[in-house]
Design a protein around this ligand. Structure first.
Ligand code: ATP
Length: 447
């Protein structure tokens, strides 16, 4: 049986991954429990608590009676550990029991592609709870929810991810995160983590682990600052390296730890236009990869945000305003170096018709500037002789028909640039992962 869970926490406390870790540990006495999955869903969803995460795991018990006991236990734990007093907490649980799972494996009613669409839409689109109920009813799934039950959307998406990925791990790109959880008596208190040990752990395992620290900002980024039960999380591509880093970290005693397979660091939220786009429109709360040409030079506005506009290569889509927000820190220095005519690809989320930048690829630099020609005799700058009438030296009468083209040093190279770890979304792919995959592009990781 596969179990998906979401929306159990609030900003004031709790964490769905913690609830998952507790359940995975407790349910081991009922049967074999898989490595849990942590999926990050659409990062633009307005009612998310923090990172729009949902969890799932598989449990193999001896029989249906045991499955029924497991379900009761999950319902009880979700009811007990959810932050139900908070208006924004609306827990949802989806159970894909063995009969439903077998039907999916046999691809009855095209069920696998329905789950695939649901998961992918949960990461890239905005769904309704009715979308979830429809699929639940089509596939005869069992579910449980409290209050508005909105968490069923995320719960079904996380369960779908696991169905698709469990026998074919590379069905989707994935990474790992090892979460360490605090003892209850310390929840809400300052986290005791020995900083130098974190830098050492990072140095010993980067780039197989990443986003533990931010070198540019000299900050540790692997521990939250909220009152939630998470002590820290180590992210990476290698389980071995993650555990090596973990062993090097000195911190307050933990209650438990749990390894998750995740879609973090994969860029799965980004929609790339392929083929016909005439009917497509860019929509708020969606994330895109878009090609275009810089249309206005970047400018810094109040608050330190840097904005510019690009005309999109897909002409039907028109132009769009892009912004590198102040928290993206040094990334803004790259953006400030862009100029009109540069050919770029932007990666980011659309909010209020503005693309919030996560990454940028400079494909071609406009490193030519045009300026009025100089006089060959006296060296002075020629003046315009009128619209479309060339340039003339007032002193010597020298005439030139066109402006001079001068190559300028831009202080930026072509290739991919990214926001630093302090500003990175959970689901955004660090460039260092692209480099490890051997991408055939120039890559300039923030570190
Ligand atoms: P945390 O990161 O601390 O676990 P969170 O940021 O995951 O918190 P939730 O409390 O889970 O936030 O709230 C997100 C809510 O949005 C859930 O109810 C989930 O079902 C719903 N949701 C997730 N993705 C979508 C989507 N694409 N469309 C509509 N609703 C969604």
């Amino acid at each position: 049986m596969i179990i998906g869970i979401d929306d159990t926490d609030s900003r004031r406390g709790g964490c769905t991954t913690y609830l998952c870790a507790v359940l995975v540990d407790e349910l081991k006495r009922y049967g074999e429990v898989s490595t849990p999955r942590l999926v990050r869903l659409n990062p633009c969803i307005p009612f998310k608590t923090r990172g729009n995460g949902a969890v799932s795991f598989e449990i193999k018990t001896r029989n249906k009676e045991k499955d029924a006991e497991v379900k009761e236990m999950v319902k009880a734990r979700v009811s007990e550990l959810s932050e139900l007093r908070e208006e924004e907490t609306n827990p949802g649980v989806v159970f894909i029991d063995n009969d439903a799972l077998n039907a999916i494996v046999r691809e009855e009613k095209d069920s696998k592609s329905m789950l695939k669409n649901f998961y992918e839409n949960a990461v890239r689109e905005v769904l309704t709870i009715e979308d979830a109920y429809e699929l639940i009813s089509n596939l005869h799934l069992d579910y449980f929810g409290l209050k508005t039950k909105r968490g069923i959307i995320g719960a079904l998406a996380a369960a779908s991810f696991l169905v698709l990925q469990k026998n074919k791990p590379d069905y989707y790109d994935f990474t790992y995160e090892l979460m360490s959880y605090r003892r209850k008596e310390r929840w809400g208190m300052l986290r005791l983590i020995e900083e130098t040990s974190v830098w050492k752990a990072d140095a010993a395992t980067y780039p197989l682990t990443w986003d533990t620290v931010d070198w540019g900002e000299k900050k540790i980024v692997f521990a939250p600052h909220s009152p939630c039960p998470v002590l820290f999380g180590i992210r990476g591509d290698s389980v071995d390296a993650i555990y090596r880093a973990y062993e090097l970290i000195d911190a307050e005693p933990e209650e438990r730890k749990m390894l998750f397979v995740t879609n973090q660091g994969t860029d799965f939220h980004l929609i790339r236009f392929e083929g016909e786009v005439a009917k497509e429109k860019l929509q708020d709360y969606h994330s895109y990869i878009l090609n275009g040409e810089v249309e206005s030079n970047p400018r810094t506005i109040e608050g330190g945000h840097v904005v510019f506009s690009i005309s999109l290569s897909e002409k039907v889509l028109g132009s769009i305003e892009c912004v590198a927000y102040e928290p993206t820190k040094g990334f803004r220095d790259i953006i400030r170096k862009l100029r009109v005519g540069d050919e770029i690809t932007v990666y980011g989320s659309l909010k209020k018709e503005t693309l919030n930048l996560e990454k940028i690829e400079v494909r071609k630099l406009n490193n030519v500037i045009e300026r009025n020609p100089r006089c060959d005799k006296c060296g002075r700058t020629l003046k315009s002789a009128g619209r479309f009438q060339g340039y003339r030296c007032k002193r010597c009468g020298t005439f030139k028909a066109e402006k001079d083209k001068v190559i300028v040093e831009r202080g930026i190279e072509t290739g991919l640039y990214e926001v630093p770890p302090v500003a990175r979304r959970h689901i955004s792919k660090p460039l260092i992962r692209m480099r490890m995959e051997g991408a055939d592009k120039e890559i300039h990781p923030s570190r």
